[in-house]
Unconditional design. Structure first.
Length: 278
C-alpha cells in the first residue's frame, strides 16, 4: 500500500490496476487498438500516460489506444491499465508486440456486495504519475475539503468540462459501525461522472487502529480513490475521509439493491457489516 500526498497533510490512495485481478492482452506496437467490454460500456480508464494515448468513444462505450513511440523506443514492452464499467472493474496488462491492430475484450469482475462479503486489506494501491486523471482526483479532494461547491480549480489545473463544479447531494445524515470504528456521513457532492463523499471516522476502541482505504474500496462500488488526513487513529481519535467513486457505478449499485439513487459509502459499509454477522 503506497501513499501519495494530495495536498498538505492529506494522504491520497488510488486504486491500482491489479486490484481486481489482472488480465493479459497483446496490443499492437505501431497501430491503433480497440478496447471494449462485451455487453457493457467503459466509463473510466486509469493508465500510464507516458506509455499510452487513449481516446474514448462515449457513444459506444469503447476506447482506442495507441502505444507512444518514444516509450516503446526505450525498450518498454509491457504496461497496465485499470478499466471501469458501470457494473465492474478489471485490471489489464498490455503486452506490446509488432502485430496488426488488436481488438481487446476485457471481462471485469463484478463489484457488487455479494462479491466482497469478506473484505481484505490487500487491495493493491499504487503511486501514479501526475497525469490528468490524478490531477482531477486531487482537485476533487481539495474542493471537498473546503466544502465550497462554487470554487473553480486553480489556474493550470487539468479539469474536464463535464466536471467543472460539484453539485451537493441531499440526504439524511448517516451513521454506522465497523470493527470498532464509527463512520458518519452527512456531506456529499456529484460531478457529471463522479461522486465525492466526506465521512468522519472515529476510533472508539482503547487501542490504535489503522484506517484501511482498501476496506472502503471493497465495500463501495466504483471506488476510485480515498483521501484522509491520517491513516492511524489513536484511541478516541477521529479523521475526515474523502471517497471518490464512479457515479454510474454508485447508481448501478443502488438499482441492484432496489434503492432509489446512489448507495452511499456509509450505507455500503453498513451492508458489509450486516453481511459479516450473518
Amino acid at each position: 500500500m503506497k501513499r501519495l500526498s494530495a495536498a498538505a497533510a492529506v494522504l491520497l490512495f488510488v486504486l491500482s490496476p491489479v486490484a481486481y485481478g489482472l488480465e493479459s492482452h497483446v496490443i499492437a506496437k505501431d497501430h491503433v487498438n480497440l478496447v471494449r467490454v462485451p455487453g457493457d460500456r467503459i466509463t473510466d480508464v486509469v493508465f500510464d500516460n507516458e506509455a499510452l494515448e487513449i481516446q474514448a468513444d462515449k457513444s459506444k462505450g469503447v476506447v482506442f489506444l495507441r502505444v507512444k513511440p518514444l516509450w516503446a523506443a526505450q525498450g518498454n514492452t509491457q504496461t497496465a491499465a485499470f478499466v471501469n464499467t458501470a457494473t465492474g472493474s478489471a485490471g489489464v496488462t498490455f503486452k506490446i508486440e509488432a502485430v496488426p491492430s488488436q481488438i481487446v475484450e476485457v471481462v471485469p469482475v463484478k463489484t457488487t456486495l455479494e462479491a466482497v462479503k469478506e473484505p481484505t486489506t490487500d487491495v493493491p494501491l499504487v503511486r501514479f504519475s501526475d497525469d490528468p486523471y490524478l490531477t482531477e482526483l486531487k482537485t476533487l479532494v481539495r474542493l471537498a475539503q473546503k466544502g465550497d461547491v462554487k470554487m473553480k480549480p486553480e489556474a493550470g489545473a487539468v479539469w474536464r468540462d463535464a466536471a467543472e463544479r460539484l453539485e451537493p447531494l441531499t440526504f439524511r445524515a448517516k451513521k454506522t459501525r465497523y470493527g470498532g470504528l464509527v463512520i458518519r456521513e452527512s456531506t456529499g457532492w456529484a460531478t457529471a461522472d463522479k461522486v465525492v463523499e466526506k465521512l468522519t471516522v472515529t476510533n472508539l476502541t482503547a487501542k490504535p487502529r489503522t484506517l484501511d482505504p482498501a476496506l472502503i474500496a471493497r465495500a463501495a462500488a466504483g471506488t476510485l480513490a480515498v483521501a484522509t488526513e491520517k491513516d492511524e487513529l489513536l484511541a478516541g481519535d477521529a479523521a475526515d475521509v474523502i471517497v471518490i467513486r464512479s457515479r454510474e457505478a454508485a447508481l448501478t449499485a443502488g438499482r441492484a439493491a432496489h434503492r432509489r439513487g446512489i448507495v452511499l459509502t456509509c450505507d455500503a459499509l453498513a451492508d458489509l457489516a450486516a453481511a459479516r454477522t450473518k
